[in-house]
Every structure is written in structure tokens, then in C-alpha cells.
Design a protein around this ligand. Sequence first.
Ligand code: THG
Length: 292
Amino acid sequence: MFLIGENINIMSKTIGSAMKERNPKPIQKLAQAEATAGIDYLDLNIGPARRDGDELMQWMVNVVQEVTDKPLSLDTTNPVAMEAGLRTCKSKALINSISLEQARFETELPMVQKYNASMIGLLWGAEGMPRDANERCSLAVELIYKANEMGIPNEDIWIDPIATPISVEINQVKACVEFMSMLSEIAPGCRSIVGLSNISNGAPVHLRPYLNRTYLVMLMKYGLYSAIVDAFDPELIKVAKGEMPEIINLVWRMMDGEQPDFTSLGPKELEYAKTVRVLTGQLLYAHSWLEI
Ligand code: THG
């Protein structure tokens, strides 16, 4: 499993102001910490970057490349900034992301070719968020077709079905898992990715890791290729690397319909088992789900 660190992000207070002030130190410190934590790619999220976006992205890429050789995932809605970043990357970059919004794919699909990059194909349609797994499939087919037409091979397309918060709606949480189980059939050779922390948006901060970890294991059942994650959750990284096989086994068995005897489970197993119940919709989500 490929892990992409989410932490260099304009939404973060320290990083946001470091970007604004062009102060490299906090950004470099975070990049090094993510690399040490076991992350494979670093996501650089500069947001819409309407003013001086190209200069900012180029500066960010240079600042990060001074301290690490990790490949970069570039996240901005500004295509001029995207191209400036791609020009500056030393290793094969990942464009985060290209959707079916016309303005986006018309300008950015050619960049995948030109810079020999990979792309995240975000399943966001002309009418916004897909409502279920089938709509995700149609969007995936359409997007892959357009990319293939431009000469982009499937292995450079990382499909993102868009993970959504459990605190908002369970059906979308299930649809994302269901889609993942269908992807290898509809798009052989394509890769997959999710923004994992989306699942726990709106949950109390100290409880977010339980949702993130369990949802990751659930998606891994269907061969999830990569995830954008919080680099500073060591247990998440462990489980992603397959280092907790007994936990992975328990989650997968529950997804196949097995109901384990909760009184026989250890405390760590219980955390995951209880969280599977809410993420599969067997139990309605409430912030107190671990106490039930
Ligand atoms: N798909 C793709 N890209 C994505 C997402 C996706 N990029 C953005 C997002 N979703 C994934 N990245 C994050 C980054 C941060 C958080 C969630 C998802 C987050 N941050 C904390 C917060 O906002 O409360 C803390 C921020 C801080 O202070 O550091 O939750 O789905 N392709």
C-alpha cells in the first residue's frame, strides 16, 4: 500500500502561515517528519492559490525537495500553479486531482502526458458528487476513456471514489467500499486511492484515528492501492503495511457477515470490531460508538 502524507496543507495553521510568509522551516520540518514516519509520497496542498499560485507551488516544491527525495503529489485547483509545480518536480509527480469538470480535464490531462506524471482521477461529475456505486462506475469509465484517448495508460490513473464523513451519511460510506470492490473489473490496471481522513471529518479529534484505521482496513479488502493519510498515526501506518494481520483478518471476517463474540475480544480487537459495525451501517453512528 502506498501512503501519501496529507499534512502539508494550507488549512493547517502553522503551514498556512508559513506558506503565506514564504518561511521554509516549518514546511521542511514537517516534510522530514512525514518521510521519517514511513510515508511514500508527500501531498502539497496549496488550495485554490489564486494569487501568485505558480510562484507559490514552485517555491513549495523546491523547499520540500531540499530536504527529501520523496515523490510529490500536487494539490491545487489552479492549473497554472499545477504546471509550475510539475515543471519543478525531480521525480514522477502525482496530479491531485483531475475530475470530469471540463475546465479541469481539458487543461490538465495534457499535462499528465507532457510531464510524464500520474494523475488522481477524482469521481466528481458535472452534477457534483456521485450518489452511489453505480454512478461512480459511470464516472470512472468516462474519465478513464478520456485519459486513455490522451495516451495516458491505466497504471498512471489513480481512481478516487471520494470518501465522505460517517457523521454525515452512511450510504455514501458504503458506496465507496462497494465501488472499490467493482473497480478491478471495470478498469483493469487502474490504481485506486482515497482521502482517508474525510471519513472522520466532524468526529471528535481524539476519536478520528479509530475511524480512519478501520475504514482503511475495510478498503484494503478490495485491494486499495493507496491512501492520503495523516502521517502521524503510527498504528495506521502499521496496519496499512499489513503488520497487524489478526486485526485485518477480524475486520474482513466481519465484512463477510461473521458476528464475533465481543466478550472474547481483546481491547484492540474491540476498537476495530465496534468501528466496523458503524462503518458497515449495522449500528447508527454516534460520537459515543466506542462506549456502546
Ligand atoms: N481526495 C483527494 N485529495 C484530497 C482529499 C480526497 N485532499 C484533501 C483531503 N481529501 C485529504 N487531506 C486531508 C487533510 C487534512 C485533513 C483531512 C483530509 C484534516 N485536517 C485536520 C482538520 O482539518 O481538522 C487538521 C488540520 C491541521 O491543523 O493540521 O482533517 O478525498 N484526491
